[in-house]
Design a protein around this ligand. Structure first.
Ligand code: ARG
Length: 462
């Protein structure tokens, strides 16, 4: 072969690249993780080329054997990567040439690195989405165990982080089960859409060789081939959808992390992380810090950053492939490993967390949390319009505040100064337990509802 510089494409070049050119151009430093996908893609391509008579069966057999050798070299860490060879595709092809000689040169028939990277990356992202979805299934199960155990454990429900109404901790856990279920749905939807094989789009226009794209799509585990060659090499929606599903999921985990941080302060004292998921301070011996939760909260920054980064890379690109698209990978790899770690850490924290039920129950009853129950009682028992009941209740709260007591501790005679018709029965609704039990509307916090929902999700997961 003639030409200077790159042995894969250097035919028309008189000199090799500047060192800086080589550095900015190379992706091997990060795309080497795609070797499994690259080799699977090449094997499928070679065997299709043989099936369709484009190359000989003998060449295809040698190519497949050479690729298997390379795969085992890579797995054993014996493969030598070269920056001069830019990326994983050319590193592998060049090694193949060393191993089997001239048949290696036939592998790239009817193919381009443009459809090759579109394929490799899509296969990688699809697998990452499948793994993330499965890990979230585990986290759901962990939450269901907690929800069942704490179906009747009172905790204060908050709005504005101010005590609002008593709820159960089980109900709170199930709120996260709902979020995680939607996250899983987003990954499943994305997987469904990305399940099309771009191999065979070649550089951008398709090819004149009589390839069988349905065959390679099937071999590589895709539902079908993509339908437009231009879109095939320029589309990165699959990565964007993965990052957006990952970002939303990370936001959920971050909100949970924030709650864990708050709950485990001595001031709240609702929960204690296990020693396995907390750290000490090097100077303050009394401290137990929720570092894992804080780091889950922080990982959300780099994950949503990855989404913004790739959106920004893609937004100005004319069809079809531009080298800008090489910058699509690192952020996706980083987001995928970050979310995997965040889910695993959350799973560990939630399964080991101990709930201080006394402290939660006491807090659930403080801050006049059953005021709405009083107003509802006035509507039900005395047929008061809700607005009037709201006003009367407000005055009862002011009365209790002035006396420094809870609503349930106000004497009946004093309540009757607000409305003469108020009777003993009112005390039934002022307790936290009764308040919680009464919330039986569909989706409400009553312990019975919580158990029903646990059963619902268990049957969906089974
Ligand atoms: N390393 C490249 C990437 O990651 C592979 C595709 C190169 N294609 C090209 N026409 N230079 O995007």
């Amino acid at each position: 072969m003639s030409g200077n510089g790159n042995k894969m494409w250097g035919g028309r070049f008189a000199s090799g690249p500047d060192a800086i050119m080589e550095e900015i151009n190379a992706s091997i430093g990060f795309d080497k993780v795609l070797y499994t996908q690259d080799i699977a893609g090449s094997k499928a391509h070679a065997s299709m080329l043989a099936e369709t008579g484009i190359i000989s069966r003998e060449d295809a057999r040698e190519i497949a054997q050479g690729l298997d050798t390379i795969l085992s070299e890579l797995e054993k860490g014996e493969f030598e990567f070269s920056t001069a060879l830019e990326d994983i595709h050319m590193n592998i092809e060049s090694r193949l040439l060393e191993l089997i000689g001239s048949p290696a040169g036939r592998l790239h028939t009817a193919r381009s690195r443009n459809d090759q990277i579109a394929l490799d990356f899509r296969m990688w992202v699809k697998e990452a989405a499948i793994d993330t979805e499965a890990a979230l299934g585990q986290l759901m199960e962990t939450f269901l165990v907690k929800a069942e155990t704490h179906a009747a454990t009172p905790m204060p429900g908050f709005t504005h982080l101010q005590t609002a109404q008593p709820v159960t901790f089980g109900h709170h856990c199930l709120a996260y089960v709902e979020m995680i279920a939607r996250d899983r749905g987003r990954f499943r939807d994305a997987i469904e859409r990305m399940d099309e094989c771009p191999l065979g789009a070649a550089a951008l226009a398709g090819t004149g060789f009589p390839i069988d794209r349905h065959m390679t799509a099937k071999t590589l585990g895709f539902r079908e081939p993509t339908r437009n060659s231009l879109d095939s090499v320029s589309d990165r929606d699959f990565a964007l959808e993965f990052l957006s599903a990952t970002s939303i999921c990370a936001v959920h985990l971050s909100r949970l992390a924030e709650e864990i941080v708050i709950w485990s302060t001595p001031q709240f004292g609702f929960a204690q992380l296990s020693d396995k998921f907390s750290t000490g301070s090097s100077i303050m011996p009394q401290k137990k810090n929720p570092d894992a939760a804080e780091l889950v909260r922080a990982k959300t920054g780099r994950i949503s950053g990855a989404l913004v980064s790739l959106l920004t890379v893609m937004k100005g690109l004319p069809l079809t492939y531009s080298k800008d698209m090489q910058e699509d990978k690192e952020v996706v790899f980083d987001a995928a490993s970050s979310i995997a770690l965040a889910i695993a850490a959350m799973n560990g924290m939630i399964s080991d967390i101990s709930i201080n039920t006394d402290k939660m129950a006491a807090a659930a009853g403080s801050g006049y949390s059953t005021a709405t129950d009083l107003a509802d009682w006035l509507v039900r028992e005395l047929n008061m319009p809700f607005r009037d009941a709201h006003h009367v209740t407000g005055r009862a709260v002011a009365m209790a505040e002035a006396k420094g007591c809870e609503l349930a501790e106000l004497p009946l005679a004093e309540l009757q100064t607000l409305d003469g018709a108020i009777h003993e029965g009112v005390y039934n609704v002022l307790s936290v337990e009764n308040s919680i039990k009464s919330r039986t509307s569909f989706g409400g916090t009553a312990p019975k509802n919580v158990l029903d929902q646990v059963a619902y999700w268990r049957s969906k997961l089974a």
